[in-house]
Every structure is written in structure tokens, then in C-alpha cells.
Design a protein around this ligand. Structure first.
Ligand code: ADP
Ligand code: GLC
Length: 493
């Protein structure tokens, strides 16, 4: 089966969040399953630089406001996966984030930039750009790639199947109705039954309406987005797809996230015994030292590695600082994003030196140091399609304290009663809380600290966490089944 994976970012070349990790790992896992996988990516400088053996496949010419668009093909130096890259300097030769200028503003021509990505996918699938390789399946990720599904649907002669994966329904790719003629689609696509969304053009709807199947990155999020609470105004569209919407959990790339081999962390360790775990204490001490926290093995360190946005619920963490201090705990935060949150965390760190430390900015290597060095990771999200940091934490024996929502609900097993002598839940891996309230988070942290102070129970929790296996192999098998069922014309069950 020939599969074209389409997305806007890819680890390690260009990353703003978990989407890049998924596009970095899923293609390789599908190759292991025997699929013939290629990627289609926009030619941002970091992506073009990461393409080896780059050859011109086709001079596309002047489209979407660019005078020169060229389709290149090569091999990603980081993974060896074959990739098509759209070389369109006028649209893509911009440093930094694929979506925004350095001042945080969305690029004003994102409509053209990402319509082009979907348009090239559909024309590749139609055999117009590289007749030597015709995909059976186009798999588009998030709104950036979603127009692929609409463009594929305009070609009645095409037999290519399509899957659209929602990594985050909150980012929808909405554009002014006046932009619609730029897309070269028939006018019926500007109807409420199609791409129109409250008067705007919605790229997200292109995926939700036209893909053969829609997936999300966890089963719980698939159910949640069919409700008004989590549906971001699109819950009706999602409910209308019925069983054609399903959830497939993300995995962890063990080549990158493994405490036994991780070159970014100061000491390596693995599950098993106190001896094999000894490196974790060294990682904790190194983290405390690096951040200027008081060097204290007995103080539980709560870590946060996150985009600082409302989604991540970190305002709750700020609200529980007094409780955290009263518990004798420390807080280590690495994040970037919302300036108000950045300022609030900075102020908290200044007010409590040695107890709270914050590193603003994006630092891939230090994320490993944080996840290995913390005792517990806080992920108090308002919504979370899957969440990868709690999966990485589990693998590093760093106990997740999470809100019971989305992929967090699917991947963490609550330890139950933390009182000394209590049996605790068998197979527990972390702590969960429900209401989006500071005292609910504080309660889960308090339970975590109580178990932390019972070293045998904590060690058991760590072993349970490290025994979890959220593998890309499992996810890839599920995607293969989904692709096969589409190609065989099976109804969703
Ligand atoms: P999201 O994609 O919503 O941001 P995920 O948990 O799926 O959330 O993925 C976040 C990814 O980004 C993880 O790989 C995490 O380690 C990384 N990350 C987030 N913030 C930072 C940061 N400030 N520095 C380094 N890595 C970060
Ligand atoms: C999105 C979601 C996150 C998910 C990631 C990868 O960024 O916010 O929950 O893990 O995509 O699928």
C-alpha cells in the first residue's frame, strides 16, 4: 500500500509541538508494517535543508500567488524516509515557526501557503506530478494539510482514499470568505454543508467533511469532540460522521525517548531495581542544580514542559503555588508562549528562589533533562487530544499528575487512595483529577506527595509507569487496518 503522509512540521527539523513528533515517527512505523510511505511537506528552510538527494520531480509553475513552485523529492537526512517537498520560496522561505512571524502574528498569506500543501497532495494522488508513484491513501494531519481531502474530492476519477487526523480541533485554519476564489474550488464548496463556517472558510472542515475517515489522537478525544463542550463549534459536523470518527493513540519514539540510551540526560537508567534506577536520582540532582533549585533529594520536584497556552491549564499550577510550597515540593517549568503566563511563572520563580524555577523558551535537549530529572510531571490541561509529555514521563519513571481529559484520561491510571498502608490501585501509573479547579489539582498533587514519601510505593508506581508500552508499532497497525478498510470499501464499525 502506498501512503502519502501530509503535514506542516516534522521532528527534528521543524517543531512547534507534538504534531512534529507524530510526523517524525509514524511514517517509520508504517514502513515497518510493510507500507510504502512518503511524506509531503512544505519547503520551509529547515525542511529543505534536511532533505538529502534532493531532485526536481516537477516544475509546477505559478500557483497560489507564487511565481515559481517546484516539487522536489529526496530522503530526510534524519530518518531516511522518502519525502516530497514543495519548494515555493515566495510562500515558504521564512525562518522560525511554520505558521507565524517572529512577532507571533499568523502569516497573512497562510490561506495560500496551506491550500498549496493540500492542492499538491491531491495532484500527486492524481498522478499529475510524479506518475511513477501513485498513492493509494492520502493521510492529512491537522488543518494545515486538510485541504488535501477537499481537493481529492473534486476529482471524480480518483480512487485514492483519504484519512484526516485531528491533532487539535482548537486550531481550525479559518480564512476570510473573500479568500475563497484563491482556492480554485467550485462555488458549492463555499456552502455550510462544505467549507463554510460562520461566514468564513474553514480548512478544518475540509478534512472533517471530505476525508473517508477522520481520526483523533486518542479515543477519549474522539468522543469528546462530538460534544458541545469540546467540539469548538464543529461537534455537529463530527457527530454527523458517526462511526467514521475514531481515536488512535499516539506512541512514543523509543529511539528518542528512552532513559537507558538518552544522550541528553546526565545519567542513564532503566526499570528493574533500585540499582538500575540509580541514574534517576542523579538526573534529579543535576536538574535542581541546573535550575538553581535547592539540592534536596527529599523534596518532590514537579515538572512542567509545555507550550504556555490556555489549553494546557497552567493557570491552575500558578494558583496552587501556596499549596505546593506547603507540601515541601519544588516546581520546575520549561515553556514558552502566552506572555501573561510567562510573566506569571517568572514572578513566581523570583518570589520563591530555590523552590520554583522557570526556563522560558523552547529547548529540546533540556526537555529531556526536565522529564528525566523531575519526580512528577504536571499536565492539568483543559483539553488534551493526546498529550505526549505524560507518555514520555511514564517512560522515564516520572509520575504524571494529569487532568482526566482526552488522551490523558486514556494513558494514566490513577493510584487511588494514597494513605499509608492503603492498598492503592493495581497497575497504577499516576494521579488524576477531574474538575478544572485549583483545589482538584492540589488534591492530586497532595496524593502524589504522600506516595512520594513512601519510597517503596513510589518505586512501584515508577516501575508500573515504565512498564507501559505506548508504541508507534501499535498505532501503525491500527492505521494500516483503517487504510485497508477504506480501500476495501468497508463501512465503519
Ligand atoms: P502539544 O502538541 O499540544 O504542545 P504534546 O504533549 O503532544 O502537546 O507535545 C508537546 C511536545 O513539545 C513534546 O515533545 C514536548 O516535549 C515538547 N515541548 C513543549 N514545550 C517545550 C519547550 N518549551 N521546550 C522543549 N520542548 C517542548
Ligand atoms: C496536538 C495536541 C496534543 C497531541 C499532539 C500530537 O498538538 O495538542 O495533545 O499530543 O497534537 O498528536
Amino acid at each position: 500500500m502506498k501512503i502519502l503522509q501530509v503535514g506542516a512540521e516534522i521532528f527534528p527539523l521543524l517543531k512547534t509541538g507534538g504534531l512534529a513528533d507524530v510526523l517524525g515517527a509514524l511514517p517509520q512505523a508504517l514502513l515497518v508494517e510493510g507500507a510504502d510511505v512518503r511524506l509531503l511537506l512544505p519547503g520551509m528552510p529547515a525542511i529543505l535543508d534536511g532533505l538529502d538527494k534532493s531532485q526536481v520531480v516537477c516544475e509546477i509553475g505559478a500557483v497560489f500567488g507564487a511565481a515559481r513552485v517546484t516539487l522536489r523529492k529526496g530522503v530526510l537526512s534524519c530518518s531516511g524516509v522518502e519525502a516530497y517537498v514543495i519548494d515555493a520560496p515566495y510562500l515558504y522561505r521564512r525562518p522560525g515557526s511554520p505558521y507565524q512571524a517572529a512577532n507571533g502574528q499568523e502569516w497573512p498569506d497562510n490561506a495560500q501557503r496551506f491550500a498549496l500543501l493540500g492542492w499538491v497532495a491531491a495532484h500527486l494522488a492524481a498522478g499529475e506530478l510524479d506518475p511513477a508513484w501513485l498513492p493509494d491513501m492520502v493521510h492529512a494531519h491537522d488543518w494545515h494539510a486538510a485541504m488535501a481531502c477537499a481537493y481529492v474530492s473534486t476529482n471524480p476519477a480518483s480512487s485514492v482514499g483519504s484519512v484526516f487526523t485531528v491533532h487539535n480541533l482548537a486550531y481550525q485554519g479559518l480564512f476570510e470568505p473573500g479568500d475563497f476564489p484563491l482556492f480554485g474550488l467550485p462555488s458549492r464548496y463555499m456552502m455550510p454543508t462544505s467549507l463554510e463556517f460562520h461566514g468564513q472558510v474553514s480548512f478544518m472542515k475540509a478534512g472533517l467533511k471530505y476525508a473517508n475517515r477522520v481520526t483523533t489522537v486518542s479515543p477519549t478525544y474522539a468522543a469528546e469532540i462530538a460534544t458541545a463542550e469540546f467540539g469548538c463549534g464543529l461537534d455537529g459536523v463530527i457527530r454527523a460522521r458517526g462511526r467514521e470518527v475514531s481515536g488512535i493513540l499516539n506512541g512514543v519514539d523509543g529511539a528518542i525517548w528512552d532513559p537507558a540510551t538518552d544522550a541528553y540526560i546526565p545519567a542513564r537508567y532503566s526499570a528493574g531495581s533500585a540499582k538500575t534506577m540509580a541514574g534517576k536520582a542523579r538526573c534529579k540532582a543535576a536538574l535542581q542544580k541546573a535550575l538553581g533549585l535547592t539540592l534536596d533529594a527529599k523534596a518532590p520536584v514537579f515538572g512542567v514542559v509545555s507550550r504556555l497556552t490556555s489549553q494546557k491549564g497552567l493557570d491552575l499550577v500558578l494558583a496552587v503555588v501556596p499549596e505546593l510550597l506547603a507540601m515541601g515540593a519544588q516546581l520546575a517549568v520549561q515553556g514558552s508562549g502566552d506572555h501573561t503566563l510567562e510573566a506569571a511563572f517568572t514572578a513566581a520563580a523570583e518570589a520563591h528562589p530555590g523552590r520554583i524555577a522557570v526556563r522560558l523558551g523552547y529547548d529540546e535537549a533540556f526537555a529531556h533533562t526536565m522529564i528525566a530529572g523531575a519526580d512528577a510531571m504536571l499536565v492539568p490541561s483543559r483539553f488534551e487530544p493526546c498529550g505526549l509529555t505524560q507518555l514520555y514521563a511514564l517512560r522515564y519513571g516520572t509520575v504524571p499528575v494529569v487532568r482526566h481529559v482526552g488522551g490523558l484520561a486514556d494513558t494514566v491510571v490513577d493510584a487511588g487512595d494514597a494513605a499509608p498502608g492503603a492498598a492503592g490501585a493495581p497497575g497504577a501509573t499516576g494521579f488524576k483529577f477531574g474538575p478544572m479547579l485549583p483545589n482538584a489539582l492540589a488534591g492530586a498533587m497532595e496524593r502524589a506527595v504522600q506516595v512520594f514519601r513512601q519510597p517503596e510505593r513510589w518505586a512501584q508506581l515508577q516501575q508500573n509507569a515504565m512498564a507501559q508500552n505506548f508504541s508507534w508499532g501499535t498505532a501503525a497497525k491500527q492505521y494500516m487496518q483503517l487504510y485497508q478498510s477504506i480501500l476495501s470499501g468497508a463501512k465503519a464499525v
